[in-house]
Design a protein around this ligand. Sequence first.
Ligand code: RB5
Length: 147
Amino acid sequence: MKIAIASDHGGFELKEFLKSHYQREGLVLHDLGTHSSDSCDYPLIAQKMTSALLRKEFDLGVLICGTGIGISIAANRVKGIRAALLYNKEVARLAREHNNANIAVFGGRMQKPEDVIEYFDIFRQTAFEGGRHLRRINELDDMPEGE
Ligand code: RB5
């Protein structure tokens, strides 16, 4: 499974922590930026991730900003993207089983790194259930824009 990770400055520290942690576990998180703690704009970071996912360069993404909110809003503007802010273990499981989320989102200034690892491990190891949930996911992509 190919996984990409990206953050703004508010998530930079957590991004670096996760990369090192998973490298020790033998899992590469492909870093799409940002590459320093200098201030940058989360919509542009989200866009890098959503484009790479839609080009099918990666199977899953991780996005991080300070709260997890701004970067979620930005990513979810893009059709075919389902970004889920993971704040407990059950949500981490359901985001995959029911929502087929393709991006896990975290708040770098709000969440403990050890919790984030626990939630992301559940997320990446859980499969989509399909069935009635597939219909709902298709309805998401059929939603008209601007109405
Ligand atoms: C940046 O200061 C902060 O606004 C951003 O990381 C994020 O929390 C926005 O939702």
